[in-house]
Design a protein around this ligand. Sequence first.
Ligand SMILES: [Fe+2]
Ligand SMILES: [Fe+2]
Length: 483
Amino acid sequence: MSMDSLNVDYSTTIPNNVGLMEDRRVLKALEGWHPGYLNWWNDMGPDGFQEKLVYLRTAYSVDPRGWAKFDYVRMPEYRWGVLLAPQEENRTIPFGQHYGEPAWQEIPGEHRAALRRLVVIQGDTEPASVEQQRHLGKTAPSLYDMRNLFQVNVEEGRHLWAMVYLLQKYFGRDGREEADELLRRRSGSEDSPRMLGAFNEATPDWLSFFMFTYFTDRDGKMQLHSLAQSGFDPLSRTCRFMLTEEAHHMFVGETGITRVVQRTCDAMKEAGIDDPYAIDKVRALGVIDLPTIQKKLHLHYSLSLDLFGSEVSTNAANAFNNGLKGRYQETKIDDDHRLENSTYPVLKFIDGQIKLVDEPALTALNMRLRDDYTQDCAKGLLRWNKVISTAGITFELKLPHTAFHRQIGEFKDVHASPEGVIVDDATWAKKRNEWLPSKADGDFIASLMKPVAEPGKYAGWISAPKVGIDNKPGDFEYVKIDT
Ligand SMILES: [Fe+2]
Ligand SMILES: [Fe+2]
C-alpha cells in the first residue's frame, strides 16, 4: 500500500485504506465474515431503529484535518470500514527491550499468542457495548441523544471491524476463529459472556449510558493509547485512528452528565430547594437527585477500574518488555523506556491496611495506566462540580477510593467505603444502598425514561445541549422517526 493513503477506497464492499483490492486473501476472508457481522448487527444492534434514517458521520479519510462526513444513513447500510492512521516513516519501537529498533510490519513469531490476546480482548469490548446499549433508543430523551447513541454504536461496530482486520490479516487460522468468536459471545450471557466484567453489566437507563461512555469508554481510550505505542505497527496505526472516533464517545458521556446535573440544579433552584439531600422533594420535580448521580458514578467508576486488571502483573510486564503494549503517552515520558531498574508506588492491602508500596515499575504498569486514567477522569468532575457550585448548591461529586467496590486486584476480598475506610460485612450490607444504586433508585430513574422524539425537545430530566452536532440548529431532525 502507498504511504500516504489518506483517502478511503469505497469501491469494495469494505471501505478501506489498506489496499484490500490488492490483498485478495484478506478481502475474501473479510467478505466471508461480513454476513455474520450483519446478522449480529441486526440481532444485537439498536432495537427498533434499524430502518430509520440517522444523521451519522462516516469516516472517509484518516486525515486529521477532515476525516468524516455527515449524512442520513440507515444503520445496517453504514459503511463500516478498515482504516489505519498513515504509516509513519522509520517509526521505531518506543519502549521495552526492543527500544529503538524498527517497528514490526509483520508479527514476530514469539509474540504472536500474546498479541492475539491483546487484539481479541480489545475487539471483544466493541460489540459488547453495542449489545449493552441496544434497548436505549426506545427511551432516548431527544433525537439529538438518540443520534449520539447510534453514532457511538456504529463506531463500536467499526472498531470491531478494525480488530477483525488485524486478526484476518496477521493471525492466520487462529485469527479467523477468533473473528468468529467475537460474533458469538454475548454481553451478559451465562454460557458465552463477553470477556471483561464491565462489558457484561446492564446499561439499563440513559444515566448509565452517559456514565458508561464517560468512564468505561475512557478505559478504552487508555488501552488504545497504550496499544497505539505498540511495536507491531499495524496495531499502532489501527488504534491511533480509533482514538479519533473514541473522543466523541467520551464527549457524549461528559456532556450528557453535565446536562443531567444542570437540569437537576436548575429545577432545584426554580423550586427553591437548596438541600441536595431532600431527595423526595427533588425527585418530585422529575429530575435525578445529586446523591443518586453520585451513586451511579461510584458504580461505573469502580467497574471501570476493574478493567485495568491486577495492580501487579507479570503479563503487563511481559507485554511492555516485548514491545507489544506501551504506557499512556510513552513517547512523551522522559525516562529510559525500559524500566528495568525503576519502581512505581502501588496501593496494596497489607495486614488489614491500605498501604502505598514501591513495586518494580515493570510489573506495576497496570497500576500506572489506572492512575493515568483516574487523572483523566477527574477533569469531568471539575466541570460537573462547577455547574453545581454555580447554582449555589453545596454538593460535590467525587471519585470513590480505589478500594471501593472492587472485583479485581488488591481489594477484591475486602469492603471499603467510598472514602477508602475498610468496613466489615455488616457495615457494607447496611451502607450498600447509600453508596451504590439501589433497586429503588433504578426504578425511579427508569420511571423518568420516557422517550421524547420531537425535534428540539428534551425530556424533563436533562437540559438541552449547548450546540448541535455538525453545527445543526436546535430543532434539527437527527433521526427521521417517521421514515
Ligand atoms: Fe471502541
Ligand atoms: Fe467507544
